[in-house]
Design a protein around this ligand. Sequence first.
Ligand code: AP5
Length: 209
Amino acid sequence: MNIILLGPPGIGKGTIAKMISAKYRLPHISTGDLFRENIAKKTKLGDEAKKYMDAGKLVPDNLVIDMLADRLEKTDCKNGFILDGFPRTILQAKALDKIAKIDVVINFEASEKTTIKRLGGRRTCSKCGHIYHLENMPPKKDGICDKCGGRLYLRDDDKPEVIKQRLKTYNELTAPLIAYYSGKGLLKEINAEKTPKEIFEDVVGVLKQ
Ligand code: AP5
């Protein structure tokens, strides 16, 4: 099963991807996470990507496509994968068409007010990457990850001025993918104005089809 999760920044793609990954034992491939790993390791790719990410812009297509193509060649993708944050442009989608056959594209929908609130309150574990929210999914102990004891941090691109630019970038460059995949008959819409558990149940319903 090759799945794409589509939707604006902060809508909850990563949260639901982890739940799908655990249930169906499919690798969760987030291009944002791959870039953040490169940034942490101070690689050349990480240095280049950081400039765009901190500005709320997309990393150039060629850099993302090469990185994703390498990741999809790994053996854990043999029986399927979940793509979170890729593709983000029509050019990326066309490149993906040449590398893999996609079975379903799940598009999450919620108001901009909801996504801004989710992004502003997000805290991420610096050690294991687990995602929290100050109000919706708070850790038991302030600033500390329940799972591994790591320190929670606010992503540089979750600051208000960058959030605004990320949403603008999404509307201009990524939203056209909805029509692209709808035209291919692959698109399934999911209402993301619910709890993660409810959204996950809806996604499982779609995947069962
Ligand atoms: P990336 O890391 O992919 O960021 P994003 O798509 O903007 O998505 P987010 O990770 O911000 O949000 P999400 O939808 O996963 O929400 P989450 O589950 O965390 O990309 C970052 C940057 O990398 C890009 O801006 C770009 O520069 C670059 N990049 C990456 N891929 C690229 C590509 N293909 N091409 C070019 N550049 C690329 O949830 C958010 C918060 O809400 C959390 O706190 C969570 O706890 C909470 N929450 C989640 N679900 C719910 C719910 N149902 N109810 C209440 N709270 C919820």
